[in-house]
Structure formats: C-alpha cells, structure tokens
Design a protein around this ligand. Structure first.
Ligand SMILES: [Fe+2]
Length: 202
C-alpha cells in the first residue's frame, strides 16, 4: 500500500480497509473495556476516524460504478489481496516474534501450533460478532460493490455473505461516533466559560 503508485490502491487499502479496521478495533475496545477513560477515549477517536473511513466509502460509491469491468476487476482483486494480508498479519505468530522472544517462545513452533489449534471454523465463529474488525471490513467492501461473485468465496469462508448483505448500511461504529460528536458539540458550542467547563467535567 505504501509503495503503490495507483490512487485506487491507496484509497481502497487505506481509507476503506485500514481506516475500517481502525473503526472496528476502537469499537471493540469501546464495547469490551471496563475502563471508563479508555471507553471515552475510543469514542472520541472514533468521531475522527469515522470521517477518514467515510471518505473511502464516498469515493467508492461515486467512482466504481463509472469504471469499466476490467478496472472494477483490478480493484476487486486488490481489495481481496489486502484483506488477506491484513487478516494473516494480525493472526500470524510470525508477526509476534519480537514479543515471543522475551518469553522464550519459538515463533515457528507457535505458528505451527496455532495453525493446528485455530481453524477457519473458529475464525468464522469470532466474525459473527458485529464489532469484529474483519466482519466490518467485509461489509464495507460488499456494500461498496467491490466484492462480486469473482472473489465472494474467499470471504464466505468466514462470514455469511447473505446475512451481511441484508444487514443494511448501518455500521457498528457509526452510533458510537455520532454520540461522540453530540458530546463534542456540548463542549464546543456551550455558551460562556462556566458551561464549557461544566460540560467538559461531565
Ligand atoms: Fe484514521
């Protein structure tokens, strides 16, 4: 993604996938953390992240229908390639070698053990959760028309594609970000110094 020269590669890879991954990751912290400060921090970061991600969706909605079939195929293949790289980067023991070394764990052995222990069925089970980052990514690509029958099978290993399609455009992070914006408005648009401070204190 960093080395790519094509604009579509940057936007699909960064705005749609990586920013989508950020939304999913923060939504997970927001939903699972017991620390109120971390929950609030995630919400406020998400109010910013939501717009980075939305830009990618707007670009896709306006651009992809106007491209010819061969160009659409190139984008679809690129998205599939990025998705797989992201998925395996995050779950692969090889990426954790530095951490494992501190605890005397051999990353190759750990990798092999994880391959045996974590199956596609396990991943599929985890991706049923609405906050799961990869579910959010697949939904983003599907709704943008970037997943067609050409690559559908790749994603269908992990999620029920028909269920995802029928879910509507609503994303798990949208509500969290919207609440965050309302909260910021109470601070930014509060009249006078006193109410500004009291809103911030809340
Ligand atoms: Fe971002």
């Amino acid at each position: 993604m960093v080395g790519a020269h094509e604009v579509y590669k940057k936007i699909v890879g960064m705005q749609m996938l990586v920013e989508g991954l950020a939304m999913g990751a923060f939504a997970t912290f927001f939903a699972k953390s017991h620390d109120p400060l971390l929950v609030k921090l995630c919400q406020l970061v998400m109010t910013d992240e939501a717009f980075h991600h939305k830009f990618g969706k707007i670009w896709a909605d306006r651009t992809i229908p106007k491209l010819d079939k061969s160009e659409q195929d190139v984008i679809e293949d690129w998205a599939a390639q990025c998705f797989q790289t992201l998925l395996f980067n995050l779950v692969s023991a090889e990426q954790m070698a530095v951490v494992y070394a501190k605890f005397g764990i051999n990353p190759v052995a750990a990798h092999n053990t994880m391959l045996e222990a974590i199956t596609d069925d396990d991943r599929k089970e985890r991706m049923k959760e609405s906050t799961d980052i990869f579910r959010v990514l697949i939904k983003t690509l599907l709704k943008a028309g970037i997943i067609t029958d050409r690559t559908r099978a790749l994603y269908a290993v992990y999620v029920d594609m028909d269920e995802l399609k029928s879910e509507g455009d609503h994303m798990v992070g949208d509500d969290i970000a919207e609440e965050g914006i309302k909260y910021l408005q109470t601070i930014n648009f509060a009249q006078g110094k006193g109410s500004l401070l009291s809103a911030a204190a809340e």
